[in-house]
Ligand binder design. Structure first.
Ligand code: 5AD
Ligand code: SF4
Length: 443
């Protein structure tokens, strides 16, 4: 009998990458590999990389260094590296030349070729580099080894055409390509049959869904179709580009019962000058009106956002505009990032880069303000009734269970194994900046 073979996948970056890793895992499982937590037991270790900010890249090089000793102990170990970093020439050269223990380099457009690439290495023991510049349409539907039994990601559109001047994504993920609506609905139906209660639709800009398909196929239309999938309970989606966030979409979020009341709408900056230089395609005034509109139309809906501080040329006055916007709109949550120059993007070429100290100081001010707002907003929820999808034990304490509200807030409850995978009503009893605690309301 042949020996069991094991894999481990190390993932960096966004949900898109996490979902790609689920698909890499799905292919490895089909090849007969089993998952292991221990690098020392693995026959294959894959790194799925991210290039959005410099610190993501540094972590990858650190990890590659760490993996060297496992290769030394087990020369048959296959180490592969894929993901966004490998869609750029410089990191591929660096890895190929300096990390000789890496056997396989692949890109974001050819993840479906993983089994062939691995077989080639197994047969020849040669190092293999296969990165495609041009995607051949969509990555085909692939088996997924899901992390969660009750929640699943569904990729609906790949790539990005926006070319925000700071962002590397359009260069590494290619042009926007929507997946056919039938194949998405089909996947949602299969997942629902399999016990999945909540799906999250993924795309760099989900609002562009359908632009490259038939005229009447749009993102709101997709939501309408998915809302009909009987056993599904909740539909989430990310990310929305503010410029393309339409009234038709707002209407669907409001009126389709399964679509969650949470909108992630990255604003990046509150200054019109910076927004223009970022090529975001909207003004501060437009954005404020959009969010107020959401808050009025769907009372109780949560809005989260992303900010970049220290974009080239950002003055203290520009930054104050961001602070004012945060105070005015009171986001439920915000992801705050220090601007990181990405080679090949227009903003990285500018000679008015901001000092690191200034960037860090601005980040701290912004985070402090947002923490306080998130805390105050959550405090206001004490005493309210919310519906949470119970997902199981919390990471820190197996006796405490957790779930998420429709507004995407984590909520802790007492252990109740029988409720895992169910949507239950809870009463919020206490709240912190990022989490709630609740008691189940018995029906
Ligand atoms: N530096 C810092 N943050 C960035 N983001 C994208 N590119 C950069 C960059 N070069 C942030 C944006 C985006 C999020 C996913 O990452 O806020 O919305
Ligand atoms: Fe990057 Fe802008 Fe596309 Fe988002 S919309 S992935 S920030 S280029």
């Amino acid at each position: 009998m042949s020996k069991n073979k094991y894999y481990n996948i190390i993932t960096y970056g966004c949900q898109m990458n996490e979902h790609d890793s689920e698909r890499l895992a799905g292919m490895l499982e089909e090849m007969g590999y089993q998952h292991t937590e221990e690098y020392k037991n693995a026959d294959i270790i894959l790194l799925n990389t991210c290039i959005i900010r410099e610190n993501a890249e540094l972590k990858v090089y650190g990890k590659l260094g760490e993996l060297k000793r496992y290769k030394r102990e087990n020369p048959d170990l296959i180490i592969g590296i894929g993901g966004c970093m490998m869609q750029q020439d410089a990191p591929v050269d660096e890895v190929y030349k300096k990390y000789r223990h890496v056997d396989l380099i692949f890109g974001t457009h050819n993840i479906h070729h993983l089994p062939d690439l691995i077989r080639k290495i197994e047969e020849t023991r040669d190092r293999v580099v296969e990165v495609w510049d041009e995607e051949e349409g969509l990555i085909p539907d692939l088996p997924s080894q899901r992390e969660s039994e009750y929640s699943a990601w569904i990729s609906i559109i790949q790539g990005c055409d926006n070319f925000c001047t700071y962002c590397i994504v359009p260069y590494v993920r290619g042009r926007e390509r929507s997946r056919p609506i039938a194949s998405i609905v089909n996947e949602a139906e299969r997942l629902a049959e399999d016990g999945v209660k909540e799906i999250t639709l993924l795309g760099q800009n989900v609002n562009s869904f359908g632009n490259d398909l038939d005229k009447d196929i749009t993102f709101p239309k997709l939501l309408e179709e998915l809302n009909k999938v009987e056993k599904l309970k909740r539909i989430r989606f990310m990310t929305s580009h503010p410029r393309d966030f339409s009234d038709a979409l707002l209407d669907k979020i409001k009126n389709l019962n399964k679509v969650a009341n949470h909108i992630h709408l990255p604003v990046q900056s509150g200054s019109n000058k910076v927004l223009k230089e970022m090529n975001r395609g909207y003004t501060r005034e437009y954005y404020i009106e959009r969010v107020k509109n959401i808050q009025e139309e769907i009372p109780g809906a949560s809005v989260s956002t992303d900010f970049i501080v220290g974009f080239p040329g950002e003055s203290e006055e520009d930054f104050q505009k961001t602070i004012d916007l945060v105070k005015e709109l009171k986001f439920d949550m915000a992801y705050t990032f220090i601007y990181s120059p990405r080679s090949g993007t227009p903003a990285a070429r500018r000679d008015d880069q901001i000092d690191d100290d200034v960037k860090k100081e601005r980040l701290n001010r912004l985070m402090e303000l947002q923490n306080k707002i998130s805390y105050d907003k959550n405090q206001k929820l004490i005493g309210t009734t919310q519906e949470i999808l119970v997902t199981g034990p919390s990471n820190n304490d197996p006796e405490v269970y957790e779930g998420r509200t429709s507004t995407n807030k984590i909520c802790f409850i007492d252990m109740r194994e029988d409720l895992v995978g169910e949507i239950v009503k809870i009463k919020v009893e206490s709240a912190k900046s990022w989490t709630l605690e609740g008691k189940i309301i018995e029906e």
